[in-house]
Write a protein that binds this ligand. Structure first.
Ligand code: GTP
Ligand code: MG
Length: 323
């Protein structure tokens, strides 16, 4: 199932039940006094945070949700039953915006429940309208419609680590090696079109589509995927040594992070030089030294060198645990 991280949902709270006209049943008395009860209130609509990032894909085919209708009142001044509330589960990390009012909020925690639409009030039964002047009111009111609204839901994944880099830098390959993920890997740019997640010693790593120079102006796949790594604690910036100019590649991506804003540029970063197998050991050392001048931790790996992967993985877990 395709990963869906944006969806427009239509919601309607329940309609209130109608009030009714009823008369007390008494022997020999035609209208033994008003006795009609009020209608029940329509069900409200809530959203609730759940740890399941696949939810939006499940809603996509039919993104319409409705609270239950209130039941009509009854004789004996009986109040109709209130309509059932509708609770829509959304992934933790969803930003919900009301399309009409512009009001928006973030679902930050599992179990967090937010009222988004109120059910309609129930109508009044004729018992409500009796007075000394009118002892036999024949009026009852209809239940009110519940609130309606359209909401945009945008999911920002809750990952602790984000992988960034040019297409083909080896981000998805690394994710697959370090975690249980089975991300698609390809010897061409933009293999990854949707974020991939994997768990590394319990930390969630997010591999996002590759960035290119000008991404913040819409080049390549753009930078909208960066929102998924906004909340990460740390970025791993992968730079392939296949490139003729890894330093420029690195700076270009840094520029795009800066263009995006949201604190990504300032976020703590590990530099990871990849594909060390395509150059000599001396070149790896020379380039590593240049990268160390950025004042950040620098590691180098090759998929074909288990020792390099183990070395990076051991240091990486130490860095994560120190956060
Ligand atoms: N020689 C060599 N090739 C590698 C290494 N790591 C990855 N590759 C190859 O590089 C290519 C790109 O790898 P991916 O993991 O798909 O790269 P990516 O950064 O996820 O790319 P996008 O999804 O397009 O952004 C694939 O053909 C991989 O097999 C490595 O350490 N050495
Ligand atoms: Mg990829």
């Amino acid at each position: 199932m395709a990963f869906v991280d944006e969806l427009l949902i239509n919601c309607k709270a329940g309609r209130g039940g109608d009030g009714v006209v009823r008369w007390r049943q008494e022997k020999y008395i035609d209208r033994g006094g008003p006795w009609g009860g009020d209608g029940g209130k329509g069900g409200d609509v809530y959203v609730r945070g759940v740890r399941d990032v696949t939810l939006l894909s499940k809603y996509k085919a039919n993104p319409n949700f409705e609270g239950g209708m209130g039941e009509p009142g009854a004789g004996g001044r009986k109040h109709g039953k209130d309509g059932e509330d509708f609770i829509l589960d959304l992934p933790v990390g969803s930003k919900v915006s009301d399309k009409n009012t512009g009001y928006s909020f973030l679902i930050e925690e599992e179990g967090q429940k937010v009222l988004i639409l109120r059910g309609g009030q129930g109508g009044l039964g004729n018992d409500h309208f009796k007075s000394s002047l009118n002892t036999t009111p024949t009026t009852a009111t209809k239940g009110k419609n519940g609130d309606k609204g359209s909401f945009s839901v945008v999911v920002e994944l809750i990952a602790e680590v984000g992988f960034v880099g040019l297409p083909n830098a080896g981000k998805s390959s690394l994710l697959n090696v370090l975690t249980n993920a089975t991300a698609k890997i390809g010897a061409y740019a933009f293999t990854t079109l949707e974020p991939n997640l994997g768990s590394f010693h319990g930390y969630i790593l997010a591999d996002i589509p590759g960035l290119i120079e000008g991404a913040s102006e819409g080049k390549g796949l753009g930078i909208k995927f960066l929102r998924h790594i906004k909340k990460t604690k740390i970025l791993v910036h992968l730079v392939s040594l296949e490139s003729a100019d890894p330093i420029t590649d690195y700076k270009n991506i840094r520029n795009e992070l800066k263009g995006y804003g949201e604190g990504l540029f300032e976020k703590e970063e590990i530099i990871l030089l990849t594909k060390t197998d395509v150059v000599s050991g001396e070149v790896v050392e020379e380039i590593s030294k240049k990268f160390e001048e950025f004042g950040k931790p620098v590691f180098s790996v090759s998929l074909f060198d288990d020792v390099s992967i183990k070395k990076f993985s051991d240091s990486f877990i130490k860095i994560l645990r120190s956060k």
